[in-house]
Design a protein around this ligand. Structure first.
Ligand SMILES: [Zn+2]
Length: 286
């Protein structure tokens, strides 16, 4: 087997080994994910696919014809690829998750209720900074309000991801955030990951609850709902979402056996200091 051979891996194993597979994909290796022996998804590096210059070389799927001349084409493609990746690794099911990315003079967001496998760049919805759709043929995700409000409240953030991922959502349904049971909690930007109180989806109340839970943080849970992460860009947000979901799974497993030992404030502060460069892009006050 040479390095050019694709890595073929089952969905459950892909979930476990995701960080490694992501690195292989970014290094140019094709990763094919299978379910019951049948290929169901493929990982390919976003950097390659997002480049309009390379668009002619892409395989059909996203399709250059479907809007290569649209403004912010590369970011539209990245949004779709990010959502497909969330589904491919089981971070998201169906169309429940959504993503947004900041552009000059507004926000691009995934459309409402459209399967990401058939979403094209022209289906991505452009909103002005107040959240008003700017043309286009689709309605924005029903969660558009918290995306817009969070990008407004976090001027240095470039992207917001939202999923109903299994483990984070399980904790959120118990109304529990994630305490510092593991030092990697620092990827959430602080000493813990909070769970915002429940509010109906799509409401201002939910947007404000999320902003409060994200104060000084880069991730939060939403009670009886799911998870939100922010990132410098889509890739940063995606990587953070994978980490948070992994932490949620580990915390649930630890809770099932006993009472996890928590790190102290002092220990977490040491880790946060070491993580400083990792989140240096974020507002120092956050
Ligand atoms: Zn949701």
């Amino acid at each position: 087997m040479t390095n050019k051979d694709p890595i073929i891996v089952g969905a459950a194993e892909a979930n476990q080994r995701f960080s490694r597979l992501l690195a292989e994909s970014e290094a140019g290796r094709e990763v094919v994910i299978t379910r019951r022996g049948q290929p169901v998804a493929r990982l390919s590096a976003m950097a390659e696919q997002a480049s309009p210059a390379g668009a002619d070389d892409r395989e059909p799927g996203i399709g250059r014809a479907a809007g290569a001349d649209l403004p912010d084409y590369a970011k539209r493609v990245q949004l779709i690829e990010t959502c497909r990746r969330m589904n491919a690794i089981g971070l998201n099911q169906g169309t429940s998750g959504n993503a947004s990315v900041r552009i000059a003079g507004g926000v691009l967001i995934t459309p409402s209720g459209l399967d990401y496998d058939v979403t094209t760049p022209a289906d991505i919805v452009r909103l002005n900074p107040e959240g008003k759709p700017q043309g286009g043929r689709r309605a924005p995700s029903s969660e558009w309000l918290f995306h817009v409000r969070i990008l407004e409240a976090k001027p240095r953030a470039g992207a917001v991801l939202h999923t109903h991922s299994l483990n984070a959502t399980t904790l959120a349904c118990l109304g529990r955030g994630i305490p510092p049971f593991h030092y990697m909690i620092a990827v959430g930007g602080g000493r813990d990951i909070r769970c915002a109180p429940y509010a109906t989806f799509g409401t201002e109340k939910l947007a404000q609850a999320a902003i409060e839970a994200l104060d000084g943080r880069l991730a939060c849970l939403l009670a009886n709902h799911g998870m939100i992460v922010i990132g410098r860009d889509l890739k940063d947000a995606f990587n953070r979402a994978v980490e948070i979901e992994t932490l949620a799974a580990q915390y649930l497993k630890a809770l099932a056996v006993g009472t996890p030992n928590l790190l102290t404030v002092g220990e977490m502060d040491v880790v946060l200091e070491k993580f400083k460069n990792y989140s240096a892009w974020a507002d120092p006050k956050r």
